[in-house]
Structure formats: C-alpha cells, structure tokens
Write a protein that binds this ligand. Sequence first.
Ligand code: NCD
Length: 358
Amino acid sequence: MMKSKNVLDLTDLSHKELMGVITLADEIQRHPSDYADVCRGKILATLFYEPSTRTQMSFQTAMLRLGGTIIGFDNPQNSSVAKGESLKDTITVVGGYTDIIAIRHPMEGTAAAAAMYSPVPVVNAGDGGHLHPTQTLTDIVTLHHESGRLDHLTIGLCGDLKNGRTVHSLIKTMATFPGNRFILISTPELTIPQYIKDIINASECSYEEIPSLTDAIPKLDVLYMTRIQRERFASEEEYQKQHGVFILDKQKLRAAKKNMKILHPLPRVDEIDVEVDYDDRAKYFEQTVYGMYGRMALIITMLQSSDKSFPARVMPTHPFRCKNPRCITATEKYLPAVFREAGGDMLICKYCDGRRLI
Ligand code: NCD
C-alpha cells in the first residue's frame, strides 16, 4: 500500500516506495514477458491538455506492455472541454470509466485539483511550469543504472531553470538523498524559483549558481541540459533573448569528467549539438527507454494500492485566492482556496506551491 493514492510529485512516495519502483523497473526491463499480463483488464486514461510526444506515448506503451488498455485525448478541443466542461466534471466522469488517470495541463496545480475529485489514482504528467514527477522517475532510474547511486553527486542543471518543471521536480527529489550538490547554470532571467532554493537549504544538499557552462562543466558527475521553454514566455522577443545562450558541444565536453552522464528530458531544440549524440557520455536516448520501464513500475505500484473511492470534499482554508496567474485556481473558479502556513505571514498554495502573504 502506497502512503499516497496519487503521484502529484515524486516526493509523494516514501524513499522505500521510490526504491521499490526503481527496483521493479529494473526487474521489468530484465524480464518483460513476466509482466506482459499484470494489468490485463485495467484501463489508463491519458488526458493531455498540452502537447507531448514522449510522456504520452511512454505512458501508453507502458500500459499496453503490461497487458492493459488506454483511452484519452491529446487535443482537448476534440473533447467536451471545448464545450466548456470543467476539470472537475471531466475527472469525475473519466474516473468512473477507468482505473488510473495520467494528466498533463498548462496550468500549475492541475494534477492536485484533479486528485481532489478523482475516484481513481491520478499521476501528474506535467502541470505548467510546476512539476513533472514521472520525468524525474525517468531521470533517477537512469541515474541509478548509469551512475550506480543517487547520493553524493554533483549535478549541473543548465538552461531554463525558471520555467523547466523537470528541473524543479528533479531537484526536489534529489534533495531527499544526502550529499548532492546542485550547480545551477542559467542566465539571471531564468534562475531557479525561490521555493526550490528553500527546499535545498532545508536538506542535506547544497547549491551554487554559475552563469557559465564552460566554468561549471569540469566539476560535474551529471549534466542535465534543458530547452528554453518558449511556450511559457510572455513574448517571442523575450524568448529570443534567452535562446541559444547555452549550447553543449564537443569542444565544451573536453573539459568534462570521462564518466560524466549527460541527461536531457527531451525534446531538444539546439542546446545539445548533434555531434554529442555519438559521445559515450550522452544518455538522453537511453533515458527515454528507462522512462517507459519506470512508468510501468509506477502504474503497477499505484494500481496495487488503489481502492476506487471518491475523495472527501475539501473545504477552503482561507477567504482569498492564490495570486499566481498560472495557478489552476485562476481558471477553475469553483476550486476551494487551500493554503498551508509556512511561518510568519507566509502561505503556500496547495495546488501550485505559489506563495502569498496573509
Ligand atoms: C519535458 C516537459 O514536458 O516538461 N518533456 C518531457 O516530458 N519529456 C521537457 C520539455 O518540454 O522541455
């Protein structure tokens, strides 16, 4: 039985559960035929309100390889969403049809909102610039195999650290393992959000911000490259100023450790030169395969502990709303305002982790 029914972030799993999923992913990868039928009769819904190639197909192939079936949409304009259906109603209905829901949405906190109404487990497949736990699962299954450990690593994260949800989720999880050191490589405009720095400060890990990939690279055990998140910029002009600043090429790799691992959640735009694909340190395509096995293991684990019941009604904790314009509560107005207190006058939104003062 998992401690949480839903996976909104990977930290919803205890360390023991997480290590169990990683071990199971490894076991499935070695003996896939033993698992070809374990989800027979089960249905996964993939509700993708935002474009995706890898995540959606990876979830779908994961379920199909377990003997289950899939329903869903990747263009909400083809569903009742186009008629104005609320997230609450879509989730309630789809939860009645299926056994597990994977949801991706451009607004932050959507998976948490969906979990509030779903009778079946919900897994966050990316909520705006907020979190992307199954990409993190992909990343750590890869690191566990390729680096042999998840602690005491020097991890460089480079690119759009502000909007990159894969970066936020990865740091949150890796900060739960001791001795990791995060080297944050970005322009001053695209630095990591404060709440992620707070999480590192409260952990047994440390961070350093370095504006140059060339200066950072010799220190690294892992280099996590990311694309500049064009769709999250206010204007094309702002995007153009940021894009093309950090490019990993053969020249820069000369200064890197011989056993450094290069990861990327993909899609790549131009931040990794194609020549790097032929370097033994490049692991980003293997990473996609590890991700499918990771999702297979996660689906099995979540279905084992699911009991199919509607969650209790959640009441508002405060009489005002989250101020983050990208929070799901900004568009789905019926959602109760729920905050947790973070000391002093600070409140943290349950959905998007946005902060506001009382
Ligand atoms: C990432 C995402 O969607 O956040 N892609 C993915 O899931 N593999 C990274 C990205 O879009 O840049």
